[in-house]
Design a protein around this ligand. Structure first.
Ligand SMILES: CC(C)(COP(=O)(O)OP(=O)(O)OC[C@H]1O[C@@H](n2cnc3c(N)ncnc32)[C@H](O)[C@@H]1OP(=O)(O)O)[C@@H](O)C(=O)NCCC(=O)NCCS
Length: 194
């Protein structure tokens, strides 16, 4: 089968996956702004490009543990894979808001949960746009990913955190994650039994 044919077959398969509508619901930020948290959709790619365009170097570093340039983060194939997920095996939640002045939607934060092959556990990662940090969105995205993992009957949610990332550590502490520092990797490994 040619690569193009394979892609077409895969796309058709993904389009037959039902959109998890039950995971769409509003959330009120601390400043009273109402956002919608929902699973990502195939046509969210342009919104993700804009989201990445506004991320600070500090946020990028804390999310990926090294600097990744904008062009690499917004690479079409990378974003296409993030937007076209098989909801059966992974989940990407986005928090969105429609800008009243322009009428355009925007993504304010992204939370990902990837199942580890052959394991009953999944790894989470989250990033909130700099302008929207400290409004309760980060912890809410992690809460929803945990709830989703529970509904999927997973045994554990795990994550990796930079040791200087006090805010993320605070969130994990609040949510009951256990943590372990790896001297070798210079990272904190967190784990929550469900
Ligand atoms: C880490 C990150 C996801 C947190 O999201 P956020 O929306 O900024 O954080 P929240 O507003 O949800 O804060 C969660 C908790 O942290 C604490 N907190 C928030 N702002 C704080 C501050 N300025 N100082 C100290 N504690 C703070 C609070 O206890 C808060 O809980 P509460 O809302 O119940 O009071 C976000 O800052 C981010 O995207 N950072 C860059 C990428 C990153 O670090 N990703 C993590 C990789 S796993």
């Amino acid at each position: 089968m040619t690569l193009q044919k394979e892609t077409e077959v895969y796309d058709t398969f993904l389009l037959t996956q039902p959109y998890p509508q039950q995971l769409v619901s509003p959330f009120r930020l601390k400043d009273n702004t109402e956002v919608i948290i929902r699973p990502i959709q195939p046509d969210d790619e342009a919104l993700l490009v804009r989201f990445h365009d506004h991320l600070s170097e500090r946020s990028v570093y804390f999310r990926y543990f090294h600097m990744i340039g904008l062009s690499q983060r917004t690479d079409h194939e990378r974003l296409r894979d993030i937007c076209r997920i098989d909801y059966k095996y992974e989940m990407v939640l986005v928090a969105t808001l429609t800008d009243h002045r322009t009428g355009l939607p925007a993504i304010l934060g992204v939370g990902r949960l990837n199942r580890l092959p052959g394991e009953q556990e999944a790894e989470f990662a989250v990033v909130v746009g700099d302008c929207w940090q400290g409004q309760g969105l980060g912890i809410q995205l992690v809460r929803r990913l945990i709830a989703y993992a529970r509904s999927e009957k997973l045994a554990r949610v795990v994550g990796e955190i930079h040791p200087d990332n006090r805010l993320m550590q605070q969130i994990c502490l609040k949510l009951g994650f256990k943590r372990h520092y790896s001297i070798e990797d210079r990272l904190l490994f967190v784990s929550l039994a469900l």
